[in-house]
Design a protein around this ligand. Structure first.
Ligand code: NDP
Length: 475
């Protein structure tokens, strides 16, 4: 919720116990100040293995027709050595470096220098300058929301090129996929390292920085909360949305073009993946102002997790279904295709309506109607670092009365639909649903830990009123 919408009732100084049972110190909310051994072990594991996991998946498609077991079998039986696989891997090329630099520069230009005009003619769309949530230090950042416009311009140019100008082939992304992976990694590591240095030497807001003293944890989870260059270049908003999410639909289009080139047709499974993921991406940009109130922007600091994740993990692993379908052009029977479409749309509906209900509830401070009735809620309070006390509300109506994270449940149903579109011949396209289940379950736990420290006994009242997390009656 934006700071101006919250009732700032009292100025109470730091480190006094609050009425809701929480401590008003900096340990109260936001990411950890101290690192336990499990978090550290997980972080070291991810820093070491996440880049290898991405490489393994992409290489498996390139060299083994998307089989995840064949490379391992080859290595274990001595049929191949690591060096054989590595030597067959395409290297960084000048062409890929040029494409990638142009791509990122173009997105920076759209982000920084083209103020939003979509909100002037699209009814219901919220764009232009918007406020983020109040940070732990009590700061409210302003953002230029112009992602929808960037997405539209980029895709109009893509189609104009594909059907009219023919400056480059629409298969360009697929054709340079591994050389582009090296470029994405260079940017991912560069931006994460820069963010770390910036956090130490020239932070945008020193009060919102967190140092655990553990180099690896700080590098991974970030020091600065909202690093910026100048007034408007916000690292979190830029790197997550573009190049990450604008690229998602372009990458899928490139896969569809490759299917057309290789087989003379685009299969219905490829169309389903393009359409369902396209809806998800468009939804993200249509609701970019809402995104300012999600955990990524409100609670996560900017480190390798977001920087490298947005540059490499997201564009490479979220698009695995389309990549798989280039190698295995699955044509679904009508009943299966309709089933996948329905599952995807139901998942999207739950995801969107749940997120919308919370957004509406928070924007109107509870003065709205959810499913035709005045929403029920639990009153709660918390403190920012400077000791200011704020009041908030946790809704228990609509989908938020069914489970505490029903938006995640919708997201998971949609994710499952993308995977099912690929049939059952290989495990690789199912990576997405496995990963999303781990990500969102972990996110539930992480978020609830934070909310519990933030709201204290008020959070306990809420969890008593809504006892399940994802599936009513089960979990
Ligand atoms: P939420 O939008 O669910 O936000 C959680 C926050 O909402 C809590 O920290 C709390 O914040 C507030 N809140 C919790 N319960 C209530 C309630 N009952 N009433 C009012 N406010 C409440 O989580 P995310 O930001 O993680 O996710 C947003 C969406 O993005 C989800 O639909 C998720 O599926 C999707 N997502 C997708 C990812 C992907 O990679 N595809 C990754 C992550 C998320 P406060 O402190 O303000 O009270």
């Amino acid at each position: 919720m934006a700071a101006h919408q919250e009732k700032k009732l009292a100025q109470e100084r730091k480190h006094k116990p609050s009425q809701n049972g929480t401590q008003t110190s900096q340990v109260q909310w936001g990411r950890a100040w101290e690192v336990d051994w499990f978090s550290l072990a997980s972080i070291l594991f991810l820093l070491l293995f996440a880049p290898l996991i991405v490489y393994y998946f992409i290489m498996s498609c390139d060299q083994y027709q998307c089989s995840l077991t064949e490379p391992l079998r080859d290595l274990l039986t001595g049929n191949k050595h690591l060096s054989d696989i590595w030597n067959k891997t395409p290297t960084l090329t000048y062409r890929a470096a040029g494409i990638y630099c142009l791509w990122v520069t173009f997105q920076v230009v759209l982000y920084m220098f083209v103020p939003d005009f979509c909100h002037k003619f699209l009814p219901g769309y919220v764009g232009g300058v918007q406020e983020g949530a109040v940070t732990p230090a009590g700061v409210v950042n302003k953002y230029e929301i112009n992602g929808l416009q960037a997405w539209i311009i980029t895709h109009v140019l893509w189609f104009a090129n594909a059907y009219y100008f023919h400056f480059f082939s629409p298969t360009i992304i697929f054709d340079n996929w591994i050389p582009l992976l090296w470029c994405a990694n260079i940017l991912g590591y560069a931006v994460s390292t820069f963010a770390m240095i910036k956090g130490y030497f020239f932070p945008t807001n020193a009060k919102d920085c967190k140092f655990t003293g553990n180099f690896f944890y700080d590098y991974m989870m970030g020091i600065e909360f909202n690093p910026r260059i100048g007034r408007w270049f916000d690292f979190k908003l830029f790197f997550n949305g573009r190049p990450g999410i604008v690229a998602w639909t372009l990458i899928n289009l490139s896969y569809a073009a490759k299917q057309q080139e290789l087989y003379g047709q685009v299969t219905n499974s490829m169309i389903l993946v393009n359409v369902l993921q396209g809806i998800y991406v468009l939804d993200f940009f249509w609701n970019e102002a809402w995104y300012l109130k999600t955990i990524d922007i409100c609670h996560d600091h900017f480190g390798w997790y977001l920087g490298w994740g947005d540059c490499v993990w997201l564009p490479y692993l979220y698009t695995l279904q389309g990549l798989y379908l280039v190698y295995h052009p699955v044509q679904l029977g009508t009943a299966n295709a309709v089933g996948v479409l329905m599952l995807g749309l139901i998942g999207y509906y739950i995801f969107r309506v749940t997120n919308h209900q919370k957004d509406l509830f928070r924007r109107t401070n509870g003065n709205c109607r959810i499913w035709g009735r005045k929403p029920e809620y639990i009153e709660c309070s918390y403190m920012s670092v400077d000791g200011t006390k704020y009041y908030s509300k946790l809704m228990t109506s609509g989908f938020w009365g069914w489970a505490r994270h029903f938006n995640y449940t919708g997201d998971l149903l949609g994710s499952l639909a993308y995977c099912l579109a690929c049939g059952f011949a290989h495990i690789l396209p199912y990576f997405y649903i496995i990963y999303m289940t781990i990500l969102l379950t972990h996110r539930c736990i992480r978020d609830e830990h934070r909310c519990s420290s933030k709201y204290g006994k008020d959070w306990k009242h809420y969890t008593a009123a809504v006892p399940y997390r994802l599936i009513p009656g089960v979990f």
